[in-house]
Ligand binder design. Structure first.
Ligand SMILES: [Zn+2]
Length: 267
């Protein structure tokens, strides 16, 4: 067991199993393929929705989630096309669902399976801020952050990948998957993002929101409203996303670049 961990660690350090992310250019540990992850997303997303109170698509807020989500997805597709890396997300099958829950949360699984909880809407308050949240969460997915965290957790837990066994048949990897993508938050287990991943998600999230016609400057008051939540039982979203001065300062630094992408669209 010890030797196995040491060998895994060496593999991580040498990065035998790393891939370079198309959008961030950063090398990431990657023990699971994108195909496997997207397969798992389809199953876990369906299961999550079947166990949740999904708001009818005709509801005004559910319509807003779909509208903002589709505009962000279009912006990302456009961005990827401009960079000549469109094949990285060509098999994304976007879905946007609003789920009735007090939980302050939103997430995106690989392949573009998005959930927004009604509990975050009083904090987003407007469509621009919802675009900030969706831009951020979708960036986590397209930038391979989930795959990276999942791979790190698998090394930490000493899980070996047998080529012929589907990941979705292994209860341990299913647990890690849900802890990584936020769908396990209600059950109290989460594997938080690193600061590097948070910064990347903020950076590209602002650009995508701006390209979709939403005001990136709304990120600042949104995160200030998030910061006020805290309290004895802070929402899962906050434990994953520290809303502190450092984040606000970074967002302000990223703003001039994001604004160069901003073309307001009539809402
Ligand atoms: Zn994040």
């Amino acid at each position: 067991m010890k030797l196995k961990s040491i060998l895994s660690l060496i593999a991580v350090m040498l990065c035998f199993s790393c891939t370079r992310n198309a959008i961030t250019g950063r090398n990431q540990l990657s023990l699971v393929s994108e195909d496997e992850l997207q397969q798992m997303s389809i199953t876990q997303y369906k299961q999550f929705l079947s166990q949740s109170k999904v708001v009818a698509k005709t509801n005004d807020n559910a319509e807003m989630v779909q509208r903002v989500g589709k505009r962000i997805a279009n912006a990302i597709t456009q961005y990827y096309q401009q960079k000549g890396i469109a094949n990285n997300i060509s098999n994304y099958k976007w879905e946007f669902n609003l789920v009735e829950s007090k939980e302050v949360n939103a997430w995106c699984m690989p392949g573009g399976k998005v959930v927004v909880y009604t509990g975050i809407l009083p904090i987003t308050q407007n469509e621009d801020a919802l675009a900030i949240v969706l831009g951020h969460e979708i960036t986590h997915a397209v930038a391979g952050h989930g795959r990276e965290r999942m791979s790190q957790a698998m090394v930490a837990q000493g899980i070996q990948i047998a080529g012929n066994v589907a990941l979705s048949n292994n209860p341990q990897t299913v647990n890690i998957f849900n802890a990584v993508y936020g769908s396990g938050a209600q059950l109290g287990y989460l594997l938080p993002n690193s600061r590097t991943q948070e910064l990347e998600a903020d950076h590209y999230g602002l650009i995508f929101a701006a390209m979709a016609g939403y005001d990136p400057r709304q990120a600042i008051p949104f995160w200030q409203r998030m910061a006020k939540l805290g309290g004895a039982k802070p929402p899962a979203f906050l434990s994953d996303h520290p809303a502190d001065e450092e984040r606000i300062k970074k967002l302000q630094e990223l703003m001039p670049e994001a604004l160069t992408y901003y073309k307001p669209v009539k809402q």
